[in-house]
Ligand binder design. Structure first.
Ligand SMILES: NC(=O)c1ccc[n+]([C@@H]2O[C@H](COP(=O)([O-])OP(=O)(O)OC[C@H]3O[C@@H](n4cnc5c(N)ncnc54)[C@H](O)[C@@H]3O)[C@@H](O)[C@H]2O)c1
Length: 259
């Protein structure tokens, strides 16, 4: 018996990287999945028997359309994975106010709008699932600990961590039977991480392999993460296996923040 038979999921930023891996994991357990992305997610959606809608998470009308599309296509909404995000490394002095606001627009406004518009839709049928509806917000280890040159990203991912707890408590107080949890990945091998490694290699005058090895060393388990490491955590939080978890932080970082 598949864990998510009958459930419908919406995964933002699902065209590639962690979003695509999460979408694959949810679909493999029987969920119908809508992939939303500012880029083209047609192929990723087709590969899992899902659907794709173009969606900028900073736009409220786009959110209204994405939730309506999901309900119309698959009959409801049970799981939201707020995954879309952007990242850059930039010292404070070189960060413009526009840069800072842009990062918050995608990483914070996007998560806020997602919860605002998905919660009423998920509540329409959350009572029928043992573990209720589920919202999974992708934060980062940068939502737990600070790092130099990450002012915009630290601000955004720290906000996602506490917005998750606030929404979890509000949903519980209103007896909506919707659980809200965050995931905090370490460095995971995706286009985002490869972009950062390329930049670091350029700044340090090294090469990509050297930077990747350096990144691996920062994780006590001795490697960077795979997209499936995070997708497994998404699946767990989306399913009834985590029925008693809400407002919690699931850290998937190979031990990076343990010391
Ligand atoms: N890769 C890592 O090491 C890592 C670590 C911790 C947290 N994260 C977080 O995981 C999430 C996914 O990261 P990834 O590594 O897969 O990144 P990625 O850059 O490979 O993929 C991100 C996806 O989000 C989409 N996106 C960007 N802006 C968008 C917008 N405004 N509206 C809709 N979609 C948009 C992109 O088109 C892309 O498909 C992000 O929130 C990121 O901050 C990643």
């Amino acid at each position: 018996m598949t864990k998510l038979a009958g459930r419908v999921a919406l995964v933002t930023g699902g065209a590639r990287g962690l979003g695509a891996a999460a979408a694959r994991a949810l679909a493999a357990e029987g969920a119908k999945v809508v992939i939303s992305d500012i880029g083209d997610g047609t192929e990723t959606a087709a590969s899992i028997g899902g659907a794709y809608i173009k969606h900028d998470v900073t736009s409220e009308p786009d959110w209204v359309a994405a939730v309506a599309f999901t309900k119309k296509t698959f009959g409801g909404l049970d799981i939201l994975v707020n995954n879309a995000g952007i990242f850059w490394v930039r010292p404070i002095a070189m960060t413009t106010l526009e840069d800072f606001k842009r990062m918050q627009a995608v990483n914070v406004d996007g998560v806020f709008l997602g919860m605002k518009h998905a919660i009423p839709a998920i509540a329409e049928r959350s009572q029928q699932w043992e573990g209720g509806g589920s919202i999974v917000n992708i934060s980062s280890v940068a939502g737990l600990v600070g790092a130099a040159n990450l002012i915009s990203y630290n601000a955004s991912k720290g906000a996602v961590r506490l917005m998750t707890k606030s929404a979890a408590l509000e949903c519980a107080e209103q007896k909506l039977k919707i659980r809200v949890n965050s995931i905090h990945p370490g460095m995971i091998d995706t286009d985002m991480m490869r972009g950062a490694a390329t930049l670091m290699a350029k700044v340090a005058g090294t090469d990509l392999d050297t930077e990747r090895a350096r990144m691996a060393k920062r994780h006590p388990l001795g490697r960077v993460g795979k997209d499936t490491d995070v997708a497994d955590a998404v699946l767990f939080l989306a399913s009834d296996a985590s029925a008693f978890m809400t407002g919690s932080e699931v850290v998937v970082d190979g031990g990076m923040t343990a010391n």
